[in-house]
Write a new protein. Structure first.
Length: 128
């Protein structure tokens, strides 16, 4: 989920974060709210060891960024996104996003996501 959220914010795509899910969603919300990064965020795994020491060396410079795992950079990207940018891309106001982050009611989560989607305007590429 963190990867998908990262792709969404770096591509200025709508992102809806329901905090009642906990886990990764809650961690991304914490980053967007400017909290300190926790040890649980993008905890190193065995996959990271493969990236650090691959069985076959990858020398293509064009894919170097795809092979780098930098949890602080990911956290900081979410932190820079903040409430205003999140609202600018997902159609919700900052207050509505805050409610989405905090409500335990799934019906309200669905309603807020649908409200945000209804406010989005099609891009030029979609309407062509």
């Amino acid at each position: 989920m963190i990867e998908e959220a990262f792709v969404a914010v770096t591509a200025n795509k709508p992102l809806y974060l329901a905090g009642f899910l906990g886990g990764a969603a809650e961690q991304v919300i914490d980053a967007i709210e400017g909290k300190q990064m926790t040890e649980e965020f993008c905890r190193p795994t065995r996959i990271q060891a493969l990236y650090n020491a691959p069985p076959i060396a990858e020398e293509n410079q064009a894919t170097e960024a795809d092979r780098t795992i930098d949890r602080e950079a990911v956290w900081n990207t979410f932190a820079r996104t903040g409430h205003r940018q999140l609202a600018a891309t997902n159609g919700l106001t900052p207050d509505e996003n805050d409610e989405l982050h905090r409500t335990p009611a799934i019906d309200r989560v669905i309603e807020l996501i649908l409200v945000g989607l209804s406010r989005l305007k099609p891009s030029a590429a979609q309407s062509a």
